[in-house]
Design a protein around this ligand. Structure first.
Ligand SMILES: Nc1ncnc2c1ncn2[C@@H]1O[C@H](COP(=O)(O)OP(=O)(O)OP(=O)(O)O)[C@@H](O)[C@H]1O
Ligand SMILES: [Mg+2]
Length: 397
């Protein structure tokens, strides 16, 4: 009889108990080292429940990568909705990623569709959508807690009008219930008088919560809980956790720490080891880079990935810190040919470069007026070219 590889695979033991609890979208019910932040939010938003319609709340959460901004906001919104429902208040929550919903129109459409799922995609102006949102909320006697996530990315490309328009929407209703409250999230939200009027600005500056990087000890507590949920008992060695926390504490990034933990577990499974030893964490570190975030690449169009691949490849080949726009486009055409895609024209490519810059995947600067003339130079933000190239090749498979 031939060897049964399927039975082999099925009977293989894994160090994971629930691997999905290590995925980037999973938010645990307890967030160690963010209790203080959750309490602050609860104190500020309490009146949404005690006296609904009285005030419209606006809050900003700022902080570096992987410090729990999204997790805290989502958990908080969920708990708010539960508390409101228990008291018969129709509070809805909506999380919008502004990196995906790239224009005010798309954000408003998402908001409206939360209540009117079949609302047509075209045919209305953004202002009309906003008015309709208020109408719908009034009609249904509902309140909305809106989370505008990764708003810094949006503002960089489109300005801050969206904040102004959304806050004015409520400020203009003097004697009607205040239906909309907002939590805006970003690594750094540019708040200055150039882009916002002074009253919007002062409200937001008063309600600003800044998340700090996690220390190695904080990361340890976070991972410890994850290990208990996601791994079989006694599989992950304490030394392994220590190493992961030390590596990730440089950035204070819980996402990176969790990814290292997950990869270490994967390696244990690959080697059919029942223990996740420190060496797997060291390997995981060598194989990954904190800037290579799966959820970012999942939302990038294929053509953008090809362009990024071209940048990585060209940078690796010429071994220089920057390439010119011309060099990039030349490599881009070769890459397109390889993947049987029609290369796009210069203006489109140029726009994509801006997009990738906003995603912090590439880094651009103007060249000095040297031999090359004035041109834009493109480099990689932080990831080694070779690592990025490998990663992209994997995605494109
Ligand atoms: N205190 C915590 N306890 C448990 N898990 C956490 C905690 N903080 C963050 N995480 C987990 O770490 C990952 C990253 O957190 P999150 O997505 O909230 O970061 P972020 O601050 O929004 O980062 P970014 O700026 O990149 O969007 C998530 O998987 C989240 O569940
Ligand atoms: Mg986030």
């Amino acid at each position: 009889m031939s060897h049964d590889f399927i039975e082999d695979e099925l009977s293989r033991k894994s160090v994971f108990k629930s691997e999905q609890l290590l995925s980037v979208d999973y938010i645990p019910e307890s967030l160690p080292h963010r209790e203080e932040e959750l309490r602050t939010l609860a104190q500020s938003f309490k009146t949404l429940i005690t006296s609904p319609g009285q005030t419209s709340h606006r809050f900003i959460i700022e902080g570096p990568v992987g410090t729990g901004k999204t997790a805290v906001a989502k958990l908080f919104a969920e708990q708010m909705v539960l508390a409101a429902t228990r008291r018969g208040i129709r509070l809805n929550k909506l999380h919008i990623n502004c990196r995906v919903s790239k224009s005010a129109y798309l954000v408003y459409l998402r908001m409206l569709r939360e209540f009117r799922p079949r609302f047509p995609r075209r045919g209305h102006s953004p202002e009309e959508l906003l008015d309709m949102i208020v109408e719908v909320l009034d009609e249904e006697d509902s309140y909305l807690l809106l989370i505008l996530d990764e708003l810094d990315y949006f503002i960089k490309q489109r300005g801050a009008d969206i904040l102004y328009d959304l806050t004015r929407l409520m400020d203009n209703r003097l004697n009607a219930p205040q239906r909309l409250s907002i939590i805006a999230i970003g690594r750094k939200i540019p708040l200055d008088e150039d882009i916002l009027d002074s009253s919007t600005l002062s409200t937001l500056q008063r309600n600003l919560l800044r998340f700090q990087k996690y220390s190695s000890e904080a990361l340890y507590d976070i991972l410890k809980e994850r290990v208990q949920m996601a791994f079989e008992k006694d599989t992950v060695m304490d030394e392994t956790l220590q190493i992961i926390c030390d590596i990730a504490s440089e950035r204070g990034d819980a996402r990176y720490a969790i990814e290292l933990l997950w990869r270490s577990g994967k390696q244990a499974d690959r080697e059919t080891s029942r223990r996740v030893i420190p060496d797997y964490a060291r390997h995981a570190k060598a194989d990954t880079h904190p800037e290579l975030r799966k959820e970012v690449f999942a939302t990038l169009p294929r053509q953008n990935i090809l362009l990024l691949l071209a940048a990585a490849r060209q940078l690796r080949e010429i071994r220089s810190a920057y390439i010119t726009m011309g060099e990039l486009e030349e490599m881009y055409r070769t890459v397109c040919e390889e993947y049987s895609e029609e290369p796009r024209a210069h203006t489109q490519v140029w726009e994509w470069v801006q997009d990738l810059t906003a995603h912090r995947l590439v880094d651009t600067k103007r060249s000095g007026a040297g031999q090359r003339g004035q041109t834009t130079l493109i480099g990689l933000s932080d990831v080694p070219a070779e690592m990025l190239e490998d990663y992209l090749l994997d995605i494109l498979e």
